[in-house]
Design a protein. Structure first.
Length: 107
């Protein structure tokens, strides 16, 4: 009885694709998410720096008791705070923490 001829193994290029999700399927979306996070962090960092500058601006009039400069710096700080996305985050965190404290029974 003649032995059956065994074909050589297929080349790796012609092998069927592996099962499962390709690793690059969501690469564009992942990069977009990373870009959005970089932009968010940059915006937040800019807002924090602006608030820090405004707070430093309040320090000098307080030390020198210059009421006009103090009023101007306070108005600038209030304007920055009102236009800041940090305001919403701070208010939400305060409410969340006070709610958690009330549920725990602590002050």
């Amino acid at each position: 009885m003649p032995s059956p001829e065994i074909p050589p193994p297929p080349a790796p290029e012609s092998a069927p694709a592996k099962r499962g999700r390709p690793k690059t399927r969501y690469a564009e979306r992942d990069e977009q998410v990373r870009q959005n996070m970089r932009l968010y962090r940059a915006r937040r960092d800019g807002e924090l720096r602006a608030l820090a500058r405004a707070l430093e601006g309040l320090r000098a009039p307080l030390d020198g008791a210059d009421k006009d400069r103090l009023a101007g710096a306070a108005a600038a700080l209030l304007g920055l705070w009102d236009n800041s996305s940090l305001k919403d985050n701070v208010i939400k965190n305060i409410q969340k923490h006070s709610k958690a404290r009330n549920e725990d029974g602590s002050a």
